[in-house]
Design a protein around this ligand. Structure first.
Ligand SMILES: O=C(O)c1cc(C(=O)O)c2c(n1)C(=O)C(=O)c1cc(C(=O)O)[nH]c1-2
Length: 250
């Protein structure tokens, strides 16, 4: 049996997966953050990415349903509250719908999840299923893409503010809030994975889970690019002009 790598070496391995494979390297993000997306490309991104937002708390509830340690459940449940909201926090889903409105979409349309691309659904549903079915170690490791999310959120805030009229403190509050919320989740998740991946085999499983998650994110942007940049919109998916706020008002 191979010996486990040290915690430091293993953390380095996990971070290298992000450096090599995280979706900040996808050309769609360059296009979005560089101000080169058309309004409809931005709308297609907001609509499809909503499916991820919708599914994250479902994924975290699936995770919690399998946790027998009350301390771990107590720590994990703030992830659900961050998205669903509480009495004092409107939550990430509402903030995302504010972004949808700012780009001219009817939030009811976005929330209906009509017009989501098949690849988005398959990728995101695969993540929820992965967390439901795999070991807790793999489930926590898969969430560690969030190690790399603050940098992309910062770039996004900067790029959108610079290039798009819809961007302001209100429409971008989702990302501003994630900058405050994600570090606590990821510090806990990383330490948990480092503590629990105590054999070479478990380290390999955790690394593979993180790679799987980078695939989940990458596949969504490939689909978006194919559909809305290249113009090959799959049957039944959002068509420019659908679900606009303006159409509702008239
Ligand atoms: O905008 C992004 O690039 C991005 C990426 C990720 C991620 O790496 O999975 C998350 C988020 N945002 C995010 O906002 C979020 O709440 C979130 C939760 C999770 C997760 O796996 O539990 N990932 C992410």
């Amino acid at each position: 049996m191979n010996p486990a790598a040290s915690a430091q070496e293993f953390e380095h391995r996990l971070r290298q997966i992000g450096a090599d494979r995280y979706h900040d390297k996808h050309p769609f993000h360059d296009r979005l953050h560089g101000g080169h997306c058309t309004p409809d490309e931005v709308r297609a991104w907001v609509i499809n990415r909503y499916y991820y937002q919708h599914s994250i708390p479902i994924k975290d509830a699936a995770f919690m349903s399998r946790v027998e340690d009350p301390d771990l459940r107590r720590i994990w449940r703030s992830r659900i509250e961050d998205h669903d909201g509480t009495d004092t926090n409107e939550g990430g889903i509402k903030r995302w719908l504010r972004l949808a409105q700012a780009v001219g979409l009817d939030p009811d349309y976005v929330q209906s999840r009509q017009g989501i691309m098949p690849a988005t659904k398959f990728a995101v549903d695969a993540y929820v299923r992965f967390v439901r079915d795999k070991t807790l170690l793999e489930a926590v490791a898969a969430s560690l893409t969030e190690l790399f999310a603050p940098a992309i959120h910062e770039n996004r805030i900067k790029g959108l503010l610079q290039h798009y009229e819809f961007a302001d403190d209100s429409s971008l509050s989702y990302f501003q809030n994630r900058l405050k919320e994600a570090p606590k989740d990821v510090a806990f998740g990383l330490q948990w994975v480092l503590d629990h991946a105590d054999t070479a085999e478990k380290q390999d499983m955790a690394a593979a889970a993180l790679e799987f998650k980078t695939d989940v994110l990458w596949a969504q942007l490939d689909a978006l690019w194919n559909g809305y940049v290249e113009g090959r919109i799959p049957p039944g998916c959002w068509q420019p002009g659908d679900g606009l706020l303006l159409a509702k008002a008239s």
